[in-house]
Ligand binder design. Sequence first.
Ligand code: 9MR
Length: 869
Amino acid sequence: MRRSRSRPNRNRLFPLLLAATTVPVAATLAPAATAQEPVEQISNGDFAGGLQPWWHTENAPASVSDGRLCAEVTGGTVNPWDAIVGQNDITLLDGESYQLSFTASASVPVTISTNVQLAAEPYTAVLSERVALGTEATEFSYNFTSDLATDGGQVAFQVGGGEQPWTFCLDEVSLRGGEAPDPHEPDTGPRVRVNQVGYLPSGPKHANLVTDAAQPVAWRLADAGGTVVAEGTSSPQGLDPTSGQSTHHIDFTAFTGEGNGFTLTADGETSYPFDIREGIYTDLRTDALAFFYHQRSGIEIEAEYVGAEYARPAGHLQVPPNQGDVEVPCQPGVCDYTLDVSGGWYDAGDHGKYVVNGGISAAQVLSVYERALHTDGGDPAKLGDGSLAVPERGNGVPDVLDEARWQVEFLLSMQVPAGEELAGMAHHKVHDANWTGLPLLPHEDPELRELHPASTAATLNLAAVGAQCARLFAEYDPAFAARCLEAAQTAWDAAKANPAIYADPEDGVGGGAYSDDDVTDEFYWAAAELFLTTGENRYWTEVSSSPHHGTEVFTDGGFGWGSVAALGMLNLATVPSELSTDQLAFVRDAVVRGAQRYAATADAEAYGLPYAPYEYQYVWGSNSQVLNNMVVLATAHDLTGRAEFAEAVLTGWDYLLGRNPLNQSYVTGYGEYDAHNQHHRFWANQSDPSLPNPPAGSLAGGPNTGLQDPVAAEQLAGCAPAMCYIDDIESWSTNEVTINWNAPLAWMASFAEDLAGTGPPPQPESSCTVSYRVGNEWPGGFVAEVEVTNTGEEPVQGWSLTWDYPGDQRVGNAWNARVSQSGSTVTARSESWNGTLAPGASVTFGLQGTFGSANPAPGEFALNGNTCA
Ligand code: 9MR
């Protein structure tokens, strides 16, 4: 069902002229550039972006240092092409002139071959030069005319054939000429956009139609046999600023039948097929969690658990060519000991292991289990021993805890040992001394691994996760739980003593920087976790006096590795503890208010996602921000049972699984048109067809307006925010996978699976009354006053009142409530200061509106999803 469309940026087809012989044009010194600047065909020719997209053969391991590429070429090869450094995907046009230039040197004088040629057989060359290199870096330049037309060209520096090993260094590579590539036109498929996986029978069912039509359009829902099972008309929504598309909203929630292979047709376009059934999220929960076993370092990944395609030897156990991670030294001058930091999860497509990001990921995986323990609809048995394909299955411990422990053990190992300066702090990260290229399997990574300086942020991550580990493992392994708690408390004390040691933002060679110079949120999170585990007052004092306790931690952009206060707040609101009733009400109210904000966003967004960052600046890994906002909504749903929160979670899923401007499912293996070329050194099928694509359940980072990689910068320039994504292995800033993105994916899949199992939330007895009064009316306009009374016995925290206008009324401005309207449905939400409605209490708000011919009052109101009397 998936991968039915070709990669969007490979759509241009060129006739291939297979010249029998090489036709290099005489190598001359290049003329000066003409008035029209020739187009650059090489990406990252100055290596400012690291090694990618350059590649090298195994016998010429290359890395970038001092701003140039150097390759250690082994001796004993026969032909020049036995060792190569190159770049693929070069476009060449027939009859066009080009200039290849570069700066190169060798550790000993040597002659190499420099070719511009086809990347695959018959390797026809349009330039083939023997180049004599000396030890001084020298600039070379060659002109040629191509008699090939291909987008599968290659620039290859053939450095083999020597008896002795030597070092080849390269910089400022440029191939100029030809035409600028066509602007990237994403193939967005049918204009009807649906959740390509499907919808829950009892859940909301929303879709979009992309059209400029000003009037509603008829739609039809058909089952797999083509029988129309529901129909209606769309609601025009106007121009969507996230995509530049004009869309209509299609709501087919009323259809609650079940089956596979439904399609939605409108305006002559038919959507991808989708299911309507329970169990949509069952496999996703397992697949999203399995991702972490795949990412394990220091252990063989066995076919028994992942299938032969994904099996691989253990990485980074110091078996050559690996140089780590059993006895890893610090960067020069940082420390004089070594640590065994083997194990843990690789962060992403790279082989780095970072405590900040590793910490939040471990915490969210632990929380998958902790939520199931403490939530009515949760079921820890579904996550129990035997639920995942991991080597620890059958050990009596829930598998999700086993998986998290693999990472927690690594985090603990990053702590500075007793007796050393900064004892108890955590090293910020361990990774390669230089960026490696891809593909590269973990056990083949030849780079030196180094410990980077300790940081306060990493130390507090360790403290938070250690505390959470202690309470979850107490039942299964008290000794391990005690070790976690001791490490956590030691880390806390060390962080208090060293509260402002920040990771260097420039420390980004060979691995990500993950720098953060505001750790007040890390202090908050760690104190919250330590309080929840120990009940100790000293931690509560830290929590309650933190600037994050009482200010808005659930911001529009959402939380992530650099802003973690939300993690503390969510657990304070849900994990049983010694909090007083008032304190508990305070944190729960904060969560509910956050969820209201995200529900309102989901309502207002054309594509229904609960994410609207400032000026729509979608960040690196925006999909995880969407998911983390969904986590807040889901937690609020767990706390209140309010249907509107579950609905916004589900429309968030719709966005991630295909109901979006690109018609793209961002989860591998899910949906008709899924992301499957994510940036990864092993799952690098796009670079090397003998390697696999990412396994099912791998989340792509998603749209990123920053465009921080060369492919995104070139192909997506000028993109509308939600269109800034490309399923290309070299677009690491829009299309990587990481543990901190898959962790909320797993959390949310687990929630959604539980939600599917419970069906729609029970509707309690009516516990509200509403008075709706038109105070003033004039031709075409009116003012209304609405009074809501809580007639139930429980306080309502964070209220939202909905109604449908029977006429064509449109609400303009409102006071004492935040009012929005979608079609005829109006939603009024409490302000921060009038959110609590005690039993018997009333609140009044007002609004001004317009209408066409008549202004009839609404007949029915619902308070937080429950119909009022
Ligand atoms: O997810 C990280 C993102 O928030 C940062 O803006 C970006 C640049 O520092 O780095 C991202 O993390 C990458 C990390 O640095 C290295 N491993 C892969 C991560 C995901 O792309």
